[in-house]
Every structure is written in C-alpha cells, then in structure tokens.
Design a binder for this molecule. Structure first.
Ligand code: GLN
Length: 545
C-alpha cells in the first residue's frame, strides 16, 4: 500500500511549493524509499499545452508526450525519475472525464455534482499511481493557494481521503510565508495563522507547517506558530531563502522534515540519507573554477520561467564543467545586421531557444549567421535548429527566400515545413509531435562524440520539421544531418563539421537533464564555451601586452 503526502500552499503563490515538495521527495528517496510526485492544478485548461509561456511559464513534456506544468521538470531533475501524464492533473481534465462519463450515460440518471462526482474523480486520480504498489510514498502538490475558490474541490478530496484511509497513511504539509517587517524588525505569524485556519475550516488540518522566511525563526516564533496553528513545535519547519534551489533538500534535511513525515506515516524502515552525488554536485555548483557567458536568444526572455528547463540544464552542465554559467538574455526582436556584433559581444556561446510564431525570427537568423561565421559555439533547440537551417539555406545555399511555412506559407523554399500527419489536424491541444522518439546518430559526427552512442531517445514538441527534399543540397554544402529518426527519416540533428561547435536539434534535450544525469548536449556546449572563453581571454591578454 502506498502512503500519501499532500503539499498545500497558503498566504501567497510563488512560495516554491514545487521545490519544497521535490526536496522532501528527494530526501525520502535518498533514504531508500520508492517515491513519486504529482501535481494537481486547479485551472480549467485540460493541460498547459495551449497556454502562452507568459501565462504559465514553460510547458514541460514527459516521455509519454504529456504537456505538463513546469514543476514536473523540478520533480524529474531532483528525483532522476520519469513522470507521465498521470503525474499532472488539472480541473479541466477532471471535468472532461466526468462530463464524458455523463454523456456516456454512466451516472444512470443521477444529477452530476461537484460532490461527490468531481471529488470522486479527483480522489481516483490522486490514488492512481498508488494502485500497483510500485511506490511507498506518493507526494501530491496541490496547485494554487488555500482559500482560492477553484482549489476547494481538491482540498475536499484530501479531506475525504484523510477520512477514508488509516491515519498513518495520509498527511498534509502546508507551506506558508512568514513575512519580515523591516520597519518593525519583526517576523509576522498572523498570515500563517489565517491560512491554517482557512485550511482547517475546510476540514483539513496540516501535520507540518513549512515556513518560508528571510530571517531565522526563533524558538519563540516557532512555539507561537505551533500553539496557534495546533501542530507540534517540531513540526514547524524553517525554510530560509537559499542561494540555489538545489540547496533546499539539505536545508530540509537539517530541519528533519523527512523524519517528521516518516514518523507520522509510521514508516520505520529507512536508511541514512544517501546524498553523496547530490552533495558532490552542489559543491561543484557553489565553487566554480571559472565562468562562461552564454547568450540565450528567445522572445520570452523577460520571463525566466519560460525557459526553466534550459536554465536548469545550464546549471547542471556548468557544475559538470566546474564553471559558472552566466546566462545573458538577448531579445531577438532587437537584433539587426548592424548591431549583431555589439549585441553578442562578450559571449562564449549562443543558444537559440525553442518557440512559436514569427515574432523575433529575423533577429534569430542574423544571430545564427554571426555564430556560424565567427566560430562562436552555437546550440539550437527546436525552433533554434530550424533557424540554423533557414540561415544556412539563405546565406550558404543562396536560397534567398528560404523559410519555414510556419512563418511564410508562400516561400519558394520551404526548408522547414509542416509534418504530413500534422496537416490534417484541426484541434490545437495535445496534437503536436510530442514525447520521446528514437534517433539514430551518424558515426564519427559531433553528435556521436557528444552522446557517446549511436541510438538515443529524446523528447519532442513541434509541428514543423526539416524538409528532406533539401537533404542532399545541405549535406553536399557542409551541413550534416547527423541524427535521424530510424523509422521516418525525420531529421533530428543538424551540425556543421567545419565549425568548432555548431549543432541544432529538433528535440528538447533540456527536458531530460537532471542533477545526476546532465544532458550531454548541454555539457558539451558549455565545454565548447569554456574553450572559446579561454581563447578569448588569451587573445585579450596578448592584445594588452
Ligand atoms: N514552432 C516550431 C514547430 O512547431 C518549433 C517548436 C519548438 O521550438 N518547440 O515546429
């Protein structure tokens, strides 16, 4: 039988519930327990796939092709496990299932209601991953903030589960904020008291209160929170702001968050936490030997969450290379032939990010051209690879109006066009080429050196692809298709063998980078940037002599 830990949030959003949940899961995993983690989101979209990144940050894609909340990325990066569609459920998906059942006549003439029908479906989904006994513990993060109208059915489902299952099989961790009032030089517990009260009014009482705080919590404050929120003092956990999210598991270990959970769940068989690899990574992260600067070119750069997995992959790859990776955001809309050298000045590498639509496209193409001509390490992901293909077609093959049919349906040279099976699709949600597909790598290529193997599998999220009609023209002019799908022949990797490091991939390697297994492409890209930086510094030193 699996046991359940629910993580709720109070006072305000953006407290880092996903990181706290992932850190707790990491500690339990490090103690030898089999753990998974899921997120229930209270919005009506069936999944975040159709949401603009400005609304919801990055859309994280799992192996099975589910378009999910970016917190699932944290779960995978922390736990080094795969999640799936079952790990992310929204209100929209719950209602869709219930309404489909109603249309099928499954409710036998009954009135379909939030309680019990919606809450039953929520409970069924909450327990789904626990059914085959694969996991000792299932952590469930409830999105939103306690008190929101839309999260009520989820909290009600937790209440019912708590009532249905033995006491020792369910527990609730509530994350809140203890604001520090600078003028009064005081930490304030009132918002936490209110949020716990609100949670209790819906019949759910937290077992543990995790307090986000800028200042250490004194014993006196902890006692006050414990007394007025009706939990044991040891169950008031201090979560101080950390310098990196990867430090949080260690902070929670120090606060014994995992041990208190194990005690409440009456789990007695566990080992000392094995966090050697984690700590090794953290040491390298905190004490880099040098630094490199990479440019991230995209159109959502004001919003860090839009490129979450890419930024985290840089953190992993930086630690592997023992360098600090400074990411400079470059807005593609403002790049022109005249200012490109200035805009990309001081960079040791250039990453052209994934994206959709035509905004900022020409700037990306100019940036790729600069990287190709100047020998600046280049890494293109999805749309980034497509831009590299268009740039090569225009400036090397001389196909002046080469484009992707996503941006220009009338082009004479559609070097990137829509996949055949995509052309009949009318519904936008969940219909891209999604999830893991195999890729066969060409022996002796840069891709081969990077991965060290010839068969790989990576995750996808796109509708357009390289047009194979141009295959020979590209290869005979020096751009190599070094990775292809073995069944369909779709081009997955493009590279320039005559360049120090120039590679574009149609898939998203950032989705599989974890602390324990950084994505090889990122590791190699940062290694190339490091080399470029060293050369740049030598040149500078020589010039100054
Ligand atoms: N818009 C492009 C496509 O659909 C690229 C998508 C992406 O970068 N994820 O093919």
């Amino acid at each position: 039988m699996s046991k359940y830990i629910f993580v709720t949030g109070g006072v305000t959003s953006s407290l880092g519930k996903g990181i706290i949940a992932a850190s707790l899961a990491k500690l339990l995993q490090a103690r030898g327990l089999k753990v998974t983690i899921q997120k229930f989101d209270p919005y009506i979209n069936v999944d975040p796939g159709t949401l603009n990144p400005y609304e919801h940050g990055e859309c994280y894609v799992t192996e099975d092709g589910a378009e999910t909340d970016l917190d699932l990325g944290h779960y995978e990066r922390f736990l080094n496990i795969y999640t799936s569609q079952a790990n992310n459920v929204t209100t929209g998906r719950i209602y869709q299932t219930v309404i489909n059942k109603e249309r099928a006549g499954d409710f036998l003439g009954k009135t379909v209601q939030v309680v019990p029908h919606i809450t039953d479906e929520i409970k069924r989904r909450m327990k789904l991953l626990g059914e085959d006994g694969k996991y000792d513990i299932i952590l469930t993060e409830i999105g939103g903030t306690v008190g929101d109208i839309e999260s009520l059915p989820f909290i009600e489902a937790v209440r019912q589960l708590q009532w249905e299952l033995p006491d020792e099989d369910v527990m609730v961790v509530h994350l809140t904020l203890i604001p520090y009032l600078r003028a009064a030089k005081e930490l304030k517990t009132k918002p936490t008291q209110h949020s716990v009260k609100m949670l209790s009014e819906t019949g759910v009482h937290p077992d543990i209160i995790v307090c986000r705080t800028e200042e250490p919590l004194s014993n006196e404050i902890k006692r006050k929170i414990a007394l007025f929120c009706n939990v044991k003092q040891e169950a008031v956990i201090e979560a101080m702001d950390a310098s990196t999210i990867y430090e949080v598991p260690l902070l929670m270990l120090r606060e014994k968050l995992d041990l208190i959970c194990l005690k409440k769940l009456n789990i007695n068989q566990y080992s000392d936490p094995n966090l050697d690899k984690w700590k090794g990574f953290l040491d390298k992260l905190k004490y880099p030997k040098s630094r490199v600067t990479v440019g991230l070119i995209g159109k959502y750069i004001e919003l860090q969450d839009a490129y979450k997995s890419i930024l985290e992959s840089f953190v992993h790859a930086g630690a592997m290379n023992e360098v600090k990776v400074e990411v400079v955001n470059v807005h593609s809309e403002y790049i022109t032939q005249d200012n490109v050298a200035e805009k990309l000045q001081g960079l040791d590498g250039l990453l052209v990010a994934p994206g959709f639509g035509h905004r900022g496209i020409e700037g990306k193409i100019i940036a790729v051209q600069y990287a190709r001509e100047k020998g600046l390490p280049f890494f293109g992901i999805c749309l980034g690879m497509q831009m590299a293909v268009i740039e090569f077609a225009r400036n090397v093959l001389g196909l002046k109006d080469a484009h992707s049919t996503e941006m220009n349906t009338d082009t004479n040279h559609a070097v990137i066009n829509m996949m055949e099976e995509q052309k009949k699709i009318k519904m936008m949600g969940g219909t891209m080429r999604l999830g893991a597909y195999p890729c066969e790598i060409k022996e002796g290529s840069l891709a081969h050196r990077i991965y060290g193997e010839l068969q790989i599998s990576e995750r996808h999220r796109h509708r357009y692809e390289f047009n194979n009609d141009y295959f020979d023209q590209f290869e005979s002019n020096g751009m190599l298709a070094s990775g292809r799908n073995p069944e369909t022949g779709l081009v997955e990797i493009m590279e320039l063998p005559n360049h120090p490091f120039f590679i574009g991939v149609q898939y998203h390697p950032e989705l599989k980078s974890t602390v324990e297994k950084p994505a090889p492409l990122f590791v190699s890209f940062i290694a190339a940037a490091k080399k470029y930086n060293e050369q740049r510094m030598q040149q500078k030193a020589r010039a100054e002599q």
